[in-house]
Design a protein around this ligand. Structure first.
Ligand code: ZN
Length: 514
């Protein structure tokens, strides 16, 4: 820039500063925020909603009979709250339903012990109770196969190495984010470099589905395995290959029963077998598979806007979970917070200018499918030529998500969107006493706001204390460790953010489309 005479520079500065200043002081509707706080902190229903989802409905595997029952309840709950346009909206063909009706696993010899575990999804059951020997067969490469030919017939195969159990989570206790942690998050202003591309896979290594096919061909009865490594915690997901075969009935029934076992019990069997002694187990699994391909669905409802009702602010969380527990923290809590947020807004008679829509997604755990397909259908993506943007794309303001456990909101990630900072800073101001203070420019992933962000739409995830819940994806994520106060505060913040976004003079600004 050329040098500017001093007087002119001063005028220039005043003009720039005033333009900047008017743009920099977003209004906060303190009156409505007070009503939101009063309703949400003195007459909260968030734990009643969370409790119903966790205790009564239970696990919510995408496209299971369990999930359909839970989604029907959500539809009723949204109607009871008084939302408009409540809909269970299918988003993609999602194979056949899968539900576990019964599971039991015992060690019979050399000593009796009931064992903890559960089957992977989209695996078959057993033909009634099966008592059989257990055999260790850890396969890595194709060369390993020859060692086990003819040795697995009628056996339950221990297919993974024993797991070292980490006691770190016990020793560390429950830690909230400290002031120092929040400061670091705020000061971490440079985005991390992209991750290096992983080396190509070794062609000699056996894929998980190849191992299962080998065990099946050798006449094994079941596969036992172990993941995770935290004390008492069972971690396990879906049969390998389910995404490729689209949760097919044929492939599911053609697999072996695959059971994940708690590390202590798995390791005990493994050690006895390594002594050269026999282990006999008894296993019984009853799984229910649907007959036909069905669509997975999201559930949505809204509070209609007034003068800007065609413009939309969204809040939400994923309603689906893995199947081994109700997954209270992943993400029953986030769903309850979103439902409670709209309940609060209805209860105080809020009249947002823009429509506030709540979405409880399906298919998040398998690949953020529900929100991705929703964005694709309703908004489009300017980066995908085959998926042009719709008229609603421009009218969209922002999406806010809770999915980093059930702990309290301590701030928000800007997802690289510097333009949203001044709005969020203003909207956070009424919640300093909650400890909601941090704004981080960092982008975060692994949940549904990514679907919006990837299409160039403002999508955000809150910074949360990583307390409460014994972690999602496990058999131990129940109501007992959630903090009512944290969830009450989150619902209040989410309601206020949705409302502020819905009455602001402008939609939440967007970052440049990359
Ligand atoms: Zn989650």
């Amino acid at each position: 820039m050329k040098p500017i005479p001093r007087a002119l520079a001063a005028i220039f500065l005043v003009v720039v500063f005033s333009a900047f200043a008017s743009d920099q002081t977003p209004t906060v509707d303190w009156n409505t925020v007070a009503k939101i706080r009063e309703e949400g902190l003195q007459r909260s229903q968030v734990m009643d909603i969370t409790g119903y989802i966790v205790d009564v409905l239970g696990a919510r595997l995408t496209n299971s009979e369990d999930m359909k029952r839970a989604q029907a309840w959500v539809r009723g709950k949204m109607e009871q709250i008084g939302l408009d346009k409540v809909v269970i909206e299918p988003f993609m063909d999602y194979g056949v339903t899968w539900d576990n009706d019964y599971f039991s696993l015992h060690m019979l010899e050399p000593d009796y012990q009931p064992m903890t575990g559960f089957p992977l999804t989209h695996t078959p059951g057993t033909p009634g109770k099966v008592a059989c020997p257990a055999v260790v067969a850890e396969l890595q490469t194709k060369a390993d196969l020859a060692k086990f030919i003819g040795k697995l017939k009628g056996a339950a195969v221990l297919a993974t190495p024993p797991l070292a159990i980490s006691q770190a989570s016990l020793a560390q206790g429950i830690a909230r984010l400290t002031d120092e942690d929040l400061k670091k998050l705020q000061e971490n202003v440079v985005p991390p470099p992209p991750r290096p591309t992983p080396p190509p896979p070794n062609p000699d290594l056996l894929k998980p589905e190849e191992k299962i096919a080998f065990f099946k061909a050798e006449g094994a009865v079941a596969v036992l395995q172990c993941e995770g490594g935290r004390p008492g915690v069972v971690v396990g997901f879906a049969r390998p290959g389910t995404k490729d075969d689209k949760w097919s009935r044929e492939k599911s029934l053609g697999s072996l029963p695959i059971v994940v076992v708690t590390p202590e019990h798995y390791n005990r069997m493994y050690r006895i077998l390594k002594r050269g002694l026999a282990v006999k187990i008894e296993v019984e699994i009853r799984n229910r598979l649907g007959e036909k391909v069905e669509k997975a669905a999201n559930v949505l409802g809204e509070i209609p806007g007034t003068d800007l009702k065609d413009e939309v602010v969204m809040i939400g969380a994923h309603f689906d979970s893995w199947h081994a527990s109700p997954n209270a923290s992943d993400d029953a809590a986030g769903c309850a917070v979103a439902l409670e947020a709209v309940r609060i807004l209805k209860a105080i008679g809020a009249k947002p200018r823009r429509t506030i829509r709540v979405a409880l997604w399906g298919g998040e755990e398998q690949g953020i499918y529900g929100s991705q397909e929703y964005v694709r259908k309703h908004f489009g993506n300017p980066k995908e030529p085959k998926n042009p943007t719709t008229p609603d794309y421009e009218k969209f303001s922002a999406y806010f998500n809770q999915d980093y456990g059930a702990g309290q909101f301590r701030g928000i990630y800007l997802q690289g969107n510097e333009h949203a900072r001044r709005l969020f800073a203003a909207w956070m101001e009424p919640f300093r006493d909650f400890g909601l203070t941090a704004i981080s420019i960092q982008s975060v992933g692994s949940t549904d706001h990514v679907a919006f962000d990837a299409a160039g739409l403002p999508g955000f995830q809150f910074i949360q204390d990583r307390i409460a819940g014994t972690a999602g994806h496990t058999n131990l994520d129940f109501l007992d460790t959630l903090s009512a106060e944290d969830l009450m505060k989150n619902a209040v913040v989410e309601a206020a953010f949705a409302y502020q976004a819905a009455i602001a003079d402008e939609r939440v600004p967007r970052k440049l489309l990359k």
